[in-house]
Ligand binder design. Structure first.
Ligand code: 8DG
Ligand code: CA
Ligand code: CA
Length: 480
């Protein structure tokens, strides 16, 4: 009695024309385990629709599984050939709950459902004894403790719902986060720590935010994050509060605090770092206006920062970045024919705005990049003089934008490209991975293999990832 195979081999139309629609559906569902109500069986009608069973072949063996499947179907049980989301009961023999969960996780991953094992309590893990007793009774018997392998709920607590590699450079994090509300809240705490010069705490919150941004779906309960890397008690507490109450008191009070607001305003001045801002804050200077009234001595950069404060705090758009890119290219070609310009930083990762625009310059002939930046800046300054003069005659027809220019010799170009594309956390984890996992030292200039005592050459980012034993992650996936 091999119902599925028989149904497929025989042409049902010929056997019983009136049964065609039913038979067709049967055939389809026996090939594809996403079943319809008629489901997966042979000539036996399904009596027990509520229980969708799946028998695990592991340790049971295929012939015993086939026998038990036929037996169950003959008694009206709904039994699936393959595991799917519709399964409610997983039956196994001689397996522990952990073993079954591990199998289910890997089955889900092979099916492309990364990080999404079946959500408890949708599926129950039962011992074969429940099945044989049910066969004996001819109906699904009540589930007793002795039938259950391990409550899925317990397993859910032990096993993380998502699998997340611990280094940001092992994961592709795009700009499309499913948990932006949560990660933004943690970023506030990260920034607050950074403004208080607590780098360790800042990085910890950045890491937690990055893990949330990596997750394949929006999380609805903090417990779902249990066991994930980088999510410490503090971050979990904040996440839980936001999920339950809509906001976190700590985050909200941080955003409102004098120190946070003042430090943001003051470090928002180009040329002002955390130390200077903190010194001013302690003197009672909390705003740009108070700084201007204070008579504090400002260096040349800071004076420019104050002068162009509002321009420089307005985000740069991609269109502006492209326009500036053309201008920089024109300058570069004018002062050094053959030299090349590449957009780096956040815009290379696909961001649509940035706090500045970053470019990497190089020249195909090693050595010819020497002095390139000075020439480019001089050329641009000459242009700026002309356009400022134009501006005086009419109204202000320009705005200040911060542009970072980086130059590298061709032999270091791939390292500079990788090092300046970001994000900052991605870069940090690349270097940490290199050091901790590969005994290598990575910078924006080179990769040094400490064990071999030599530098490793690379002409592309792909080669550097390969040297590091990492899967290549394109710029769009480096938004950790
Ligand atoms: P945004 O401007 O869109 O806000 O973000 P971003 O483009 O990602 O950040 P960024 O502050 O412009 O920095 C771009 C990359 O440059 C980032 O990965 C960090 C890297 N970077 C610095 N300073 C330095 C430095 O002094 N040395 C090296 N090697 N890299 C640096 O920002
Ligand atoms: Ca940038
Ligand atoms: Ca920059």
């Amino acid at each position: 009695m091999r119902p599925i195979l028989d149904d497929r081999l025989r042409a049902p139309e010929k056997r019983n024309p009136t049964m065609v629609p039913l038979k067709r559906r049967r055939v389809v569902s026996s090939c594809d385990s996403s079943t319809s109500d008629v489901s997966n069986t042979n000539n036996n009608r399904i009596k027990f629709q509520q229980q969708v069973l799946f028998l695990l072949e592991r340790k049971m063996g295929s012939s015993r599984r086939a026998f038990l499947t036929r037996l169950g179907r003959s008694k009206g049980f709904r039994i699936e050939e393959r595991f799917s989301e519709s399964v409610t009961h997983v039956i196994s023999e001689n397996n522990s709950g952990d073993e079954v969960w591990a199998w289910l996780n890997s089955a889900q991953e092979e099916g492309g459902h990364h990080g999404q094992p079946p959500a408890p309590p949708a599926v129950r893990l039962l011992d074969i004894s429940w099945y044989t007793e049910s066969m004996h009774e001819g109906r699904p018997v009540e589930i007793q403790d002795r039938h259950t392998l391990q409550e899925p709920q317990q397993n859910a607590e032990e096993l993380p719902l998502f699998s997340v590699p611990s280094y940001a450079c092992q994961r592709s994090t795009t700009l499309h986060s499913h948990n932006l509300l949560l990660s933004d809240a943690l970023s506030v705490l990260a920034q607050s720590a950074e403004l208080a010069e607590d780098e360790g705490r800042g990085v910890a919150f950045r890491r937690a935010a990055a893990v949330l941004n990596f997750l394949p779906k929006a999380i609805s309960a903090a417990e779902h994050l249990r066991g994930l890397p980088s999510l410490g008690e503090h971050s979990l507490r904040v996440v839980q509060e936001i999920l339950e109450d809509g906001s976190s008191r700590e985050v909200e009070s941080t955003k409102q605090s004098d120190q946070y607001r003042a430090m943001k305003a003051l470090t928002g001045i180009f040329g002002v770092g955390v130390k200077t801002a903190h010194r001013w804050f302690k003197l009672g200077i909390h705003t740009l206006a108070q700084l201007e009234d204070s008579g504090q001595a400002l260096n040349h950069t800071q004076q420019a920062g104050v002068q162009h404060y509002s321009d420089l705090n307005q985000p740069v758009t991609k269109a502006e970045a492209d326009a500036i890119g053309h201008l920089v290219e024109t300058a570069v070609v004018a002062v050094s024919p053959g030299a090349q310009v590449t957009l780096i930083g956040g815009f290379r990762r696909g961001k649509v705005t940035g706090h500045d625009v970053d470019f990497l310059l190089t020249h195909p002939e090693e050595g010819k990049e020497d002095g390139l930046i000075f020439k480019v800046v001089a050329w641009l300054e000459a242009q700026e003089g002309r356009s400022l003069d134009d501006g005086k005659e009419t109204q202000k027809a320009w705005r200040a934008v911060r542009v970072d220019l980086v130059v590298s010799p061709k032999s270091q170009y791939a390292f500079a490209l990788l090092g300046w594309t970001g994000s900052k956390l991605f870069e940090r984890d690349l270097r940490r991975w290199a050091g901790h996992e590969r005994s290598m030292s990575l910078s924006s200039h080179a990769l040094f293999d400490i064990k071999q005592g030599k530098h490793l050459r690379a002409d592309s980012e792909e080669e550097i990832f390969a040297h590091l034993g990492l899967d290549y992650i394109p710029p769009s996936g480096r938004n950790a």
